[in-house]
Design a protein around this ligand. Sequence first.
Ligand code: CDP
Length: 244
Amino acid sequence: MNQPTPPYIPRIRDPATPIVVAIDGPAAAGKSSTARWVAERLGFYHIDSGALYRAATAAVLRACGAQQWNEPDVLTAAQRVSARDERRSFVLLVDGVELEQEMRGGAVTQNVSRVAQMRGVRDWVNAQVRSLATGRSVVVDGRDIGTVVFPDAHLKIFLIADPWERARRRLIQRLGRSPADQQIAEETERLVQRDARDSTQTVQAKDAVLIDTTYLTQEEQVERIVALVKVLKGGHGRTTPDKA
Ligand code: CDP
């Protein structure tokens, strides 16, 4: 069930305070596109933590192949990833080269959960994310942003959607057209399997606002989150009572 507003949203009294908005949720729930759009609307930076795991995985596959890995080699490969600041977002590079297509491809998608399960890789990604966020207002998307990376985030959103709908949207994004039911069924199966592999690292924070986007348009979900940030900044809405 949708829960558009949380019980309390604490107001930020100092307008100079950098704001952290955390958007978590399962695979293909629309986190990154929503986070990018919300960040644009608010003039915040967007940080896609999943892209860091994907870039690290692309680096690992290039350096070690897809077979046996040991954590030190994986970490060495992951550290070949760097971030270039571009229009309030970050383009990820492996050895200085952009690998966007490879990062979104099947091999990386198949292997990314394995890489993301390694403690050292998670610590490394979390340190990168915190460093990129330092001193600026950000919208950060991932799976454990509101629980592990920024447990004190000012606003936490947990986006969910029906698996069939998530698969349908992911295929439209990839193919640029409406997919056939058989394709959606196969993609749903892959998504559900990835959800299972990611289950330990995908955690809804207790104070997160749950938004089920199955029947929402992208505009509607962006609008809801932007409205919540406005509450945070002192606009209307249900807020913590004044302590005065
Ligand atoms: O966009 P999609 O939901 O397909 O995935 P993503 O955000 O690009 O993340 C790719 C993978 O990175 C996930 O399947 C997780 O294994 C991992 N990940 C994670 O473990 N923790 C995060 N905070 C973000 C991503």
